[in-house]
Ligand binder design. Sequence first.
Ligand code: GTP
Ligand code: MG
Length: 201
Amino acid sequence: MQIKSAEFVVSNSEVAKCPNTMIPEYAFIGRSNVGKSSLINMLTSKKSLAKTSGRPGKTQLINHFLINKNWHLVDLPGYGYARVSKKNKKYFQKFITDYFEKRKQLISAFVLVDCRHEPQPIDTAFMEYLGERQIPFSIIFTKADKLKPQALERNVEEYKQALLSDVWMEFPNYFISSASKTIGQDEILNYIEEINSNLER
Ligand code: GTP
Ligand code: MG
């Protein structure tokens, strides 16, 4: 898919206020700092469309971007990081779970995980959460530029095995990406395009 246009639409702290059009949307979720906003910029080839930062917790709102005037990319705040007292700290912020439970326009989620790390409990818990609610998702292994090809392959394989020996019967559809080296752009965009074309039929 070619990106002809990518525009920021709106930021919201409440799901109820998100765009009420029926445009199909795809959401990026994962731990803070995993590279969600950077990936959105890489996919759209627009360096500063979504705000990024080396400091975790940059994205604090639900951000809608309109792509090619016919679908939305959604940048969400990371989980696993909250500037709240320990006592109030929930595993997943309520407005994140609200988003996934209420947003009818959501076609599929992308759960981003850092390719350097073994499965983290918060990520696998989130995948289970999506699975229980039958929300389709793919995994994206980010920051692939940080590993040599062999180590990358080994990590992905180990990740697969860990999930398969845990609760999953099948390993979800997955992608490998690097925002700094532009890896995974065509694969992810073509995947979205294919789903979109099936929706239009
Ligand atoms: P929050 O908004 O805080 O949840 O973070 P995020 O998941 O949106 O991460 P963001 O895109 O802001 O990136 C976090 C940091 O990781 C930044 O310093 C990015 O430059 C860096 N980063 C993101 N993607 C890549 C990548 O593919 N390769 C490398 N080397 N660094 C990356
Ligand atoms: Mg972000």
